[in-house]
Unconditional design. Sequence first.
Length: 161
Amino acid sequence: MIDAKTEIARRLSALVGLDVSWVSHAADMLTVQFGPQRQYTTPRGTVREGGAWALHVQCSWRLERAGAIVATQDDLRGPDEKAHGAAGRLREMLVEHGPAIVESVSANETGGVVLALSSDLRLVVIPDGIEGDEDWRFFAPGVDAAHLVIEGGTVAPESFD
């Protein structure tokens, strides 16, 4: 049996000391990139630019500053204009006015994560715990390696392929 808390903390420890280099969204999924932007080729041959690491969040999350909630997953739900505006505000806060740097990572047994960032910011990810639904994934874009996938609040088996 995999100790989710330990495995998540071990994998995400790669983020400590890296900056948030980009924030965007795909529908209501939050996408956050960390580390220097670089070019890579997708498996389909498309050349893209992205950070050294990516976090895609499809479950509940919130961004806090000094203990106050400044953004949540609800900000990305609804019309495209609303989601684009929210992603732009997040990018401004985490990339353009900083950038925010990952200071520490903590995890819990149900796949939850807290990224403590500079400027008294925290990204809190709270898995929905719905069996078969992906909560979030962490990976190195353009690298042929297993993604850390949290599904239904547990580490998914494909995280170890």
